[in-house]
Design a protein around this ligand. Structure first.
Ligand code: BGC
Length: 521
């Protein structure tokens, strides 16, 4: 049966025959667990440094200083750059590792890259969990970071290449869903860990990450590599077999041919990095590869994910209540992600971005204003319970907005817009920029809060406004468009069409017809 055609934004895109099979769902689920180990570390980072036994063991002098500090200004908390640098080390290691992920996914395939990354994570989590000194602790953290950096490059690629175009959004957002589950799990293990008698609960929390990582490593042995990756590495026979198996139909010729053509194009590119940066052909892709992750972090989401307990303490919550509040934001994060899972392939990526962005801007302004009204510029005074509740409420509204916009789209869009020729390299850039700015925001948050005070929320609000306008004007809709057909999307876009060179089959055959006609005349 030949592929059907769907009409979308006045453009006709192919739909290949096939259905969503069990093997695709299973394989994508395994790959999405990579989100879980990433999220787990985001959640764990803040929890560890608030564990007394952990601090006494590894950072005794910083801990002493911290205890001595008397808070006079609510905006200026104890801030040790060394301690935050240690927390950031995981994300800095991931920043570097993500660059190696490109050549790895290209040469060894997505499956084996996932396997290696997960194995590095298991080793790191075990070393971290049994650490008796600082060098061991740091080694564990760097290995875990490498595992995270590599797997967050490979997993979104894997999912988007396995998924049929019609369900790509939903399947890919499972990755983000797992991130949120990871964060929530860490919030809870932090809490439970602090209750373990003997002060070694933090060891359980650190080592616990090895469980999801082992699931990925073992799962990777059971799942097939993507047909694209198999063709890329010259194994066309297995690629055809896999495509037949994952699409669940007898005829996959059309899709297979398109994948092969993409692979031929990719082979003509000697250095994907050079091509991406200097080739001039991939301007929109390069723009999004850099800006999507940068903007995602500039939403300020990790201020909440890393510092929710600090923030809620600032607005006057007691120790236990701060923990409860971070579990509440964690739950809101998980459940709101389902909205994106269900709607991304229906209402499209742009609608979610625009709605979620607007919601985030409004809630950031409100949170900033509530805090400002209560603490003013000096950062002194107490907050009433009603005010504190309002703040928590609007933080939740903000988190929900992120959870169905910049959260999932921050990983979905990059995974679907790069042509194979530069896909591995571009996804490495995306993952690396994301990790770098995750570390950066973590590093400067306390300083920013101390200087910008409640204006910090306006600061991030202004960024969200800017990025929402950017999306409104420059992001074309990509729902339901097969990855291999994405070139048309740029060609139709009012702005990007000036920058893309037509290399599609149609253009090539038109070009060839012209040349033949010329030769004949
Ligand atoms: C981001 C993380 C963030 C998480 C929150 C992810 O998409 O990359 O930085 O902490 O969403 O759920």
């Amino acid at each position: 049966m030949p592929g059907a055609v769907i009409v979308h934004h006045h453009t006709r895109y192919k739909t290949y025959p096939g259905e969503l099979t069990g093997i695709v769902v299973f394989s994508c689920l395994i790959a999405s667990v990579a989100g879980c180990i990433f999220g787990y570390d985001i959640g764990l980072t803040s929890g560890l440094t608030s564990s007394e036994p952990y601090m006494v063991k590894f950072f005794p002098s910083i801990y002493e200083e911290m205890k001595k500090q008397v808070v006079v200004n609510q905006y200026c908390k104890f801030d040790s750059q060394i301690l935050t640098l240690f927390c950031s080390s995981l994300f800095l290691s991931a920043t570097v590792a993500a660059f190696f992920a490109g050549p790895m996914t290209r040469s060894f395939g997505r499956k084996w890259t996932l396997f290696s990354a997960a194995s590095a994570y298991v080793a790191g989590a075990c070393i971290g969990g049994v650490s008796v000194n600082f060098p061991m602790l740091l080694t564990g953290r760097i290995l875990v970071g490498a595992g995270v950096g590599i797997s967050i490059q490979a997993a979104p690629l894997y999912i988007s290449e396995m998924a049929p175009a019609q369900q790509r959004g939903m399947l890919n957002i499972m990755f983000q869903l797992m991130i949120t589950v990871g964060i929530l799990t860490a919030n809870m293990t932090n809490y439970l860990g602090s209750k373990v008698p003997g002060g070694w609960g933090w060891r359980i929390a650190v080592a616990f990450g090895a469980i999801p990582a082992a699931v990925i490593a073992l799962g990777a042995l059971a799942i097939p590599d993507t047909p694209t990756s198999l063709i890329e590495r010259g194994d066309t026979a297995t690629a055809r077999k896999t495509l037949l198996q994952i699409r669940g139909v007898g005829d996959v010729r059309e899709e297979f041919d398109d994948l092969s053509t993409a692979s031929e194009d990719a082979k003509a590119v000697e250095s994907p990095w050079r091509e991406l940066f200097f080739g001039g052909k991939y301007k929109p892709q390069l723009t999004f590869a850099l800006l999507i992750p940068f903007f995602q972090q500039l939403t300020g989401i990790n201020v909440i994910m890393f510092y929710a307990p600090v923030l809620f303490k600032t607005v006057g919550f007691k120790q236990n209540a701060t923990l409860v509040s971070s579990v509440i934001t964690g739950l809101v994060n998980v459940f709101s992600t389902f909205v994106a899972v269900v709607t991304a392939d229906k209402v499209g990526r742009r609608a979610l971005f625009l709605q979620g962005g607007t919601q985030m801007i409004i809630s950031q302004i409100l949170v900033g204003t509530f805090i400002g009204l209560q603490f003013g510029m000096s950062g002194t005074g107490d907050i009433s319970e009603q005010y504190a509740m309002c703040i928590v409420l609007f933080v939740c509204v903000y988190v929900a907005g992120f959870a169905w916009s910049w959260g999932p789209m921050g990983w979905l869009i990059p995974s679907e817009i790069y042509p194979l020729a530069v896909r591995n390299a571009a996804m490495s850039i995306t993952a690396s920029v994301n990790m770098f700015f995750t570390a950066f925001i973590g590093q400067i948050f306390l300083t920013l809060l101390c200087h910008l005070r409640f204006g910090l929320f306006y600061f991030f609000g202004a960024w969200v406004l800017l990025m929402t306008l950017f999306i409104a004007m420059l992001l074309p809709e990509t729902k339901n468009v097969p990855v291999e057909e994405m070139a048309h999307v740029w060609k139709k876009h009012w702005f990007w069409r000036k920058f893309v060179i037509d290399t599609s089959n149609d253009a090539r055959s038109a070009e060839m017809r012209k040349r033949i006609a010329l030769e004949m005349s």
